[in-house]
Structures are given as C-alpha cells and as structure tokens.
Design a protein around this ligand. Structure first.
Ligand code: C2O
Length: 593
C-alpha cells in the first residue's frame, strides 16, 4: 500500500521557550526544591496568568470598563443543561445517528493552543504509513495493579524512570517516542483532527473518559515493552485522598530525572496542599479547611452533581459534531480534572505550559499519573449506585479512536471495548475514598435575611460577576415525593457567557447570601465550583463562549431543610476572573437525565 508520510518533529521541552514567539520571562525567582516548610500561601497571585499582559504579550485583559457583554456575541450555543439535557442522550431530531469515526490522519492539520488563537508551533500529527488494523483486546489471566503514586517503592520508581527514559530516547519519528505520545493528546484535543468538517476537541463530551482510558492503555503497554516487564502499571495521583493531595514526589525528586518537567508551577512543589477547584489563585483558607473543602468538592462532583450519565460523562458527540445540543464537560472533567491541570501548569509561561494547556499537557510525565486517577474515578463512580451506569447508546459504544500500539502498529479501537478496566488488564490499588460518605451538613449560623427581601434572578441578571451575586429563583414544584425525585432531577441552570481565554472560577451556594463564608465548602450550602479550561477557538472568533451550567439540587434542598420552599436563594462567589464572566440567567427545571 502506498504510504503517506507526514513530516513530524521531535519536540523537546527545552526548545519550547526558544521556538515560542513569546519567550518565557526569565527573571522569575527560583524556588528551592522540596522545602520542608510549605511555601507560604498568598492571596495576591494574579489569576489571569494566561493573559501574560504583564509581559507585553497579546490577549490583553479587558479594562475594567470593558466587560464581556460589550463584545461581539457568538450565537453558536454551547449548551449543557437545557439544550444538552433535552437533546443529548435522547432522540435529538437534528442528530445524525452515527458514531464518531476514527480521525482521518491524512487530513490532520494545524493545532491551536488552548486559551488563545495561536497555532501550536509544530505539527501534532502522528506519522502515518498507510495501514490501520482493528485492535483486538488480548485476554488477561492476571490483572496489573496501578499503584497510588505516594505509596510506590524505590524499585518501582527505578523501573518507571527507566521506562520513561527509554521512551524519550526512541527516535523522533517513532510513534512510541515520548513526544510523539504527547502529540497524540495535542492532536485530539487542540483541533488538529476534523469532525463533520470542523476542528474538534474530545474533552467537553462523552468521549473524554474512554479516549483517555485508551490513551493510557497503549502508553502503559509501550512502557511495559520498553522495559520488558508486562506487569508494570502506571501510578495514579491519589488527589481525592488527603495523603495524595500534594504534587507526587516521584515526579519532583530530582531535576535530572526523566519524570521531571521544568514547566510547572514552582509554588506548588513540595508539601503544598492542593486546592482541587484551583483556577489560578491559591485560597487563603487554612490547611485543615482546604482538606475538608477538597473532600466536599469530590463528594459533590462524584455523588451530588453526577446522579446520571449525562452529567458525569458530558455531552453526546456524534458523527455530525457538537451540533445544536452543544458541548459540555462532565462534572469531574471541570473540577478536579481541569483544575489540577491548572494547578500544575507553569504561570511563568505564556500558555500555562505544560500541564495547564491541552496541547502541551502530556509533555509532563505527571499527566499520565493525573489521568490514571481520573480513570479510577470512572470505575468508582459506577459503584456509587442509582443511575450511575455506563452509557448504552450505540453511537457512543461504536465511536472509534486511533492509537499506535507497543509494536508500532496503528490500531483502531472502539469505546465499547473500554468500559471495564479489568477487561483491559488492570485494576487500581485500593485506597480509602473518604469523600464518599463526606456528609455535608447545614452550617450557616446566622439566619438568612427573608427570602422576600432578596431580589429575584430576573432583577439581578444579566450581570457580570465582579462581585458576589445573590438572587432568588422560583421552583417549578415543591415538596416532591421520593418517587418523583427518583424520576426527575431538579436542576439549577445558570446561563453563562464568558471569555474562555481567561481563568475563571466561581463557587455556587444555596440558601446563603453576601455574608457567605466563602472559604468553607464543607457544608450543605455549597453546590459546586466552576473552573474552566479553555476549548479550542474554532473559526478564530474572539466571541464569548455561551453555555448553560446545570447543577442538581435535590439533595441540597433536603439537607438544607428547604424542600417545601417555593423559592431558592442562590449566591455566586467569584474567586478568579469574574470580570470575564457574565451570568445571563438562572432558572430551575425538572429533568429526567
Ligand atoms: Cu485530555 Cu487532562 O486532558
């Protein structure tokens, strides 16, 4: 068969700074490695680090008089919630019922850097020799165990370092080469591939979990073959468990290690406790409170806010592209997946490389450790009960991806073969999941001022999130029965319009007002956190992204003892980048999801 070879380059982390059109500022203070005293938390870091305006780069931050509503609107809706929930997993009259086909490598094009309109300065496309075969999953007689990264032995670390070193030493045009592997992520996530004639990104859709599972599966098999050890398994970053809520030391124990990456947030090295909803700014809360907040965040994202597949996995994506139903992140994709990426990314770089931008994220070896835990969340979520099950839509199950396997064969895989990690030959070391029963109780001590005195959403919205916003939202039904609650979810839908080149985080509270204790998330009033990681800007438009963000509130209303009320008080607390976020509307709907 005739071969089509697309020129490729071997990307190293060091040429990033020299080939980048906007070199990284070099005058940053050096922070010492593994400091036994955790670096002091500060509340002054600019959370708009992606804009790099201090360095005279492009993407200026809007001046205080300019907010997002002044800018040209993109009416292409990107909906979760209303459109997404009604249209996504059920019969969408506009949907072309067909699975997403494997990408056409011969049409692989230029990738775009997330948070920007800049092009990735090298090709993210894999080499192509003209042959693709269907992948058959081998049968496994014994399961490998992926260990929690903070528990691994010295001999494991040695093995892991050797494997990654060998991967980095493979020839540049070997598809198993470390940087070729990193480019797999760039190609699927930064618009190098086309779906229905448009660049696409697998993240804000139901492709997210299976894509990354397959990606790690082949990555792990390549590592196994390079060290001739079929029992080797990738570690997972156990960020949902307090002992794992730090940057995993094995990736930062030695700056000459193959697991080290210089493009990371220097403040977060050593024993710096993570904030799982991080979006560019460290919180002023005390450490024990941050741990409780993290457990509350995990409980909300895995249990409360993900009662059904749509909310956990994200929007449907079929052969016709995102279409009228739009794209939408699953709960865990937004927080903590995106936020952990950001927490690791280096604010000294222009685009928060490496982890903080999809095109460069997989150049940091910790990427695969982070995703191993994201993958574990998929497995755990299905054990939590209720409607928490895999999607059975044939368009999902038959969607395909292409990967190179450990023998350099280009293979086509289907989502349907990835649903059970044990069928792929691995499981996870057991670790506690303390968030699972982390009961959030009502904490507000002061009485809320009367709901009557709180203005309705219609009087407050639309509004830019430059300060705390409090408003009431009418409910379509009160005192719902148990059977009714099992049937339909009560959702708070927030209309958002925002500049996705900015870091934005805000937190949502119910039955609380401007006096909300915003540093305390471990309580029934806390609903969720929004933390975006930008999508690719298709079509080069600088128009805002519009979306509807849907939060299930049934459990909160019960825990707060306000199931009988006909209105709910909603408070939105901006933590970062609120100026780039317009809240357009708020309403409550009942939806079977
Ligand atoms: Cu594909 Cu964590 O990103």
């Amino acid at each position: 068969m005739a071969s089509t070879t697309i020129p490729i380059s071997c990307i190293t982390t060091t040429n990033l700074s020299s080939s980048s059109p906007h070199p990284f500022p070099r005058n940053h203070p050096k922070i010492s490695l593994i400091n036994s005293n955790a670096p002091k938390r500060q509340n002054t870091i600019s959370c708009a680090s992606s804009s790099s305006n201090e360095d005279g780069h492009k993407n200026p931050v809007p001046s205080s008089s300019e907010n997002i509503s002044d800018r040209k609107l993109d009416r292409r809706n990107v909906l979760l919630g209303l459109g997404g929930l009604y249209g996504a997993y059920t019969a969408d009259p506009f949907a072309l019922a067909a699975p997403v086909p494997a990408p056409d490598i011969t049409k692989c094009g230029t990738a775009t850097i997330s948070f920007s309109e800049d092009k990735v300065p090298y090709s993210c496309c894999p080499p192509f020799y003209g042959t693709i075969s269907d992948y058959t999953v081998p049968s496994f007689t014994r399961l490998n165990v992926r260990p929690a990264a903070h528990t691994v032995s010295k001999s494991y670390i040695r093995k892991y370092k050797t494997a990654i070193k060998k991967m980095k030493e493979l020839p540049c045009d070997d598809p198993r080469n470390f940087y070729q592997q990193a480019n797999v992520h760039c190609a699927y996530c930064n618009g190098a591939y086309q779906l229905a004639g448009a660049a696409y990104d697998i993240h804000p859709s139901w492709l997210f979990f299976p894509f990354h599972r397959w990606y790690l599966y082949f990555y792990e098999r390549i590592l196994q073959s390079l060290i001739n050890d079929p029992t080797f398994a990738l570690p997972y970053w156990n960020w949902d468990n307090p002992p794992g809520m730090f940057f995993p030391e094995i990736f930062d124990d030695d700056e000459s290690s193959p697991l080290y990456d210089e493009f990371r947030n220097q403040e977060h090295r050593g024993r710096f406790l993570m904030d799982l909803a991080y979006a560019g700014q460290d919180l002023a809360a005390k450490e024990p409170q941050i741990v409780k907040n993290n457990l509350a965040i995990m409980y909300r994202q895995m249990v409360t806010n993900a009662p059904c597949p749509l909310l956990f996995f994200g929007a449907a994506l079929r052969a016709d592209g995102y279409g009228p139903s739009g794209s939408a992140n699953g709960t865990v994709v937004n927080v903590p997946h995106n936020s952990v990426h950001r927490w690791v990314g280096d604010p000294r770089t222009e685009h928060n490389e490496d982890m903080g931008n999809f095109y460069s994220a997989a150049k940091d070896p910790v990427f695969y450790c982070h995703h191993s835990n994201v993958d574990r969340m998929w497995t755990i979520w299905k054990t939590l009960g209720g409607k928490r099950m895999d999607i059975d839509d044939p368009d999902y199950l038959n969607s395909e991806f292409l990967f190179y396997d450990e023998n350099k064969n280009l293979v086509k895989v289907k989502i349907g073969d990835s649903l059970d990690n044990e069928k792929l030959g691995y499981k996870f070391q057991d670790m506690p999941t303390p968030w699972r029963r982390f009961k959030l109780t009502r904490k507000r001590s002061k009485a809320l001022r009367s709901v009557k005195s709180i203005p309705p959403a219609e009087d407050v919205l639309p509004a830019t999130l430059t300060k705390i916003l409090t408003f009431s939202v009418a409910r379509p039904a009160t005192s719902r029965t148990k059977a009714d609650k099992e049937e339909t979810e009560e959702l708070l839908n927030l209309g958002l319009e925002y500049d996705d080149t900015k870091y934005i985080r805000f937190d949502v509270f119910l039955n609380d007002d401007e006096e909300v204790n915003e540093l305390e998330l471990d309580r029934a009033e806390y609903a969720s956190s929004f933390a975006n990681l930008a999508h690719v800007h298709e079509g080069g438009s600088d128009a805002p992204t519009t979306t509807t963000w849907s939060l299930p509130i049934t459990e909160l209303l019960e825990d707060l003892g306000i199931e009988g009320d006909d209105k709910v008080v909603v408070t939105l607390v901006p933590k970062c980048g609120g100026r780039a976020m317009n809240i357009t509307k708020a309403e409550i709907t009942l939806v079977a999801c």
